[in-house]
Design a protein around this ligand. Structure first.
Ligand code: GUN
Length: 292
């Protein structure tokens, strides 16, 4: 792929465009006499990384005028207590989106909890209905991080058809929905997991590389094909306190036609897509109410 004079795919800048659009949309809803969209965020326990993510999500809602409701629950919360809260939020006509921050404490069944959220309020797109819809190329609500990556790829006007995309990491949050998004755009997709063999060779075949494994600086620049579009989803904190991705940025930069930085790359896009999804849920919620 062609070299760009500015090859850094800046999530900070791109997400700003989305935030501006969402701000206008919210103002327009209010203008026409509708209520403000509302997102409920549920955090169980005191995982420090989750606390930071939840705070960032709340601040982003505030910036664009979306109402955010926070449920900070102790890690002793039982499954039935959590299900009861979700049920109340499902039935609250003024709540448009429900987000349960993952990972949940071990005693809670994440699959069951996620599937208890109404599909049209599932802003994360993790419910089996939403994942299934994406798999059937009939998407309803799409997981935020892969959707943010698609937004970044579209910003450089890449024709994805026939491109070989190699994804490292097969999680439900990133790797799997990422593969589905790309398959839906006619890309050729290879997904690697921790058991995959010859990972450096597979990486070397990629026109586009997406890495989401949570392993600091795992991918070396030497593995990467010249001109590859390099997307780093990892956010790792080193002992020094510095943040880094799953790809060794310095060495990858020289090979890449485009590359995402960490921080300021995919992270801000995830939050931007969450706000977009909240608007999507709001529109579904408003439509449902007007048809009953
Ligand atoms: N944990 C890590 N990423 C995410 C995310 O996008 N949504 C939720 N709910 N939990 C997460």
């Amino acid at each position: 792929m062609e070299q760009s004079p500015n090859k850094i795919l800046c999530g900070k800048t791109l997400s700003q465009q989305v935030l501006t659009d969402v701000t206008y949309q919210v103002a327009e809803f209010v203008n026409i006499g509708q209520r403000v969209p509302s997102l409920a965020v549920v955090l169980v326990g005191d995982n420090p990384a989750s606390q930071v993510y939840v705070r960032n999500k709340k601040n982003a809602c505030h910036k664009v005028g979306i109402n955010s409701l926070e449920f900070l629950l102790p890690d002793t919360t039982s499954q039935s207590e959590l299900l009861k809260i979700i049920n109340q939020l499902n039935n609250d006509v003024n709540v448009d989106g429900i987000l349960v921050q993952l990972p949940l404490p071990k005693h809670l069944d994440s699959k069951l909890i996620i599937d208890s959220i109404l599909p049209n309020k599932d802003v994360d797109g993790f419910h089996r209905y939403n994942m299934g819809s994406l798999a059937l190329k009939d998407p309803n609500i799409c997981p935020c991080t892969p959707h943010g990556v698609m937004y970044m790829l579209d910003s450089i006007k890449l024709d994805l058809a026939g491109k070989h995309v190699v994804i490292l990491g097969a999680s439900n949050i990133v790797g799997r929905p990422m593969a589905l998004e790309l398959i839906n755009r006619d890309a050729t997709v290879t997904i690697c997991n921790s058991k995959s063999k010859n990972v450096p060779e597979l990486v070397g075949l990629a026109d586009i590389l997406v890495v989401a494994i949570g392993n600091p600086n795992f991918v070396r620049g030497e593995w990467i094909k010249e001109g590859c579009v390099v997307i780093d989803v990892g956010i790792n904190r080193l002992e020094s306190g510095k943040l880094c991705g799953d790809i060794d940025y310095e060495s990858a930069y020289h090979r890449a036609s485009y590359i995402t930085p960490v921080p300021g790359g995919v992270g801000p896009m995830t939050i931007a897509m969450l706000l977009k999804n909240t608007i999507h849920c709001y529109q579904l919620n408003i439509k449902e109410k007007s048809t009953v």
